[in-house]
Design a protein around this ligand. Structure first.
Ligand SMILES: NC(=O)c1ccc[n+]([C@@H]2O[C@H](COP(=O)([O-])OP(=O)(O)OC[C@H]3O[C@@H](n4cnc5c(N)ncnc54)[C@H](OP(=O)(O)O)[C@@H]3O)[C@@H](O)[C@H]2O)c1
Length: 160
């Protein structure tokens, strides 16, 4: 199963403030919508509770506190390992969609990073982890909006 990670982070690597995303960049969410459409999303319990269940997506939610959701499009797991093991039998690609704790646990094993850089530096208490040196940015596309942003595609470097 391909593990794709998708996130938007500010210039200061902030991705969240409390339960909220601390910016409004018009158009930026279209990137998330396009990449996650009809896909399984792997999320932490806090992100799931904050973003809610989005249509046309299925959710694997990780929680150590026994969080449960009675919904045919939502599956709950006690660990990231358990979730990935189960997902690998359901799909050929999972989109790791946050938040900070889940990105931290999954970034080393991701096959691709879809990262949006928001060109602002808002205050926040949740940050994106350092990108492992094994990744390189292979594509960038800039977008002009009320707050400008850039989409970046990162892939593992080719072995020599
Ligand atoms: N900018 C972006 O692209 C983006 C995307 C997504 C989210 N966000 C933001 O990120 C923030 C939330 O991130 P967060 O780091 O606070 O929380 P999170 O990663 O969304 O969820 C954390 C929760 O996941 C569960 N969990 C994590 N690792 C686990 C493990 N190994 N085993 C069992 N359960 C585990 C725990 O749930 P229990 O407490 O139930 O045990 C934990 O409290 C919010 O501000 C949100 O808006 C930003």
């Amino acid at each position: 199963m391909k593990i794709s990670l998708i996130a938007a982070r500010a210039e200061n690597d902030v991705i969240g403030n409390g339960a909220e995303i601390p910016w409004r960049a018009r158009g930026e969410q279209l990137i998330f919508k396009a990449f996650t459409f009809n896909r399984w999303l792997l999320v932490g319990r806090k992100t799931f509770e904050s973003m809610g269940k989005l249509p046309d997506r299925r959710f694997a939610v990780v929680s150590g506190s026994g969080f449960r959701c009675e919904d045919e499009d939502v599956a709950c797991f006690a660990s990231v390992e358990e979730a990935l093991g189960w997902l690998s039998k359901q799909t050929d690609e999972v989109m790791v969609a946050g938040g900070g704790q889940i990105y931290r646990q999954c970034i080393e094993r991701a096959d691709v990073l879809h990262l949006t850089r928001i060109h602002a530096a808002p205050e926040g208490d949740i940050s994106f982890p350092a990108i492992p040196a094994s990744f390189q940015r292979v594509f960038t596309q800039s977008f002009n909006s009320n707050t400008n942003y850039s989409y970046e595609l990162w892939l593992p470097s080719q072995a020599d």
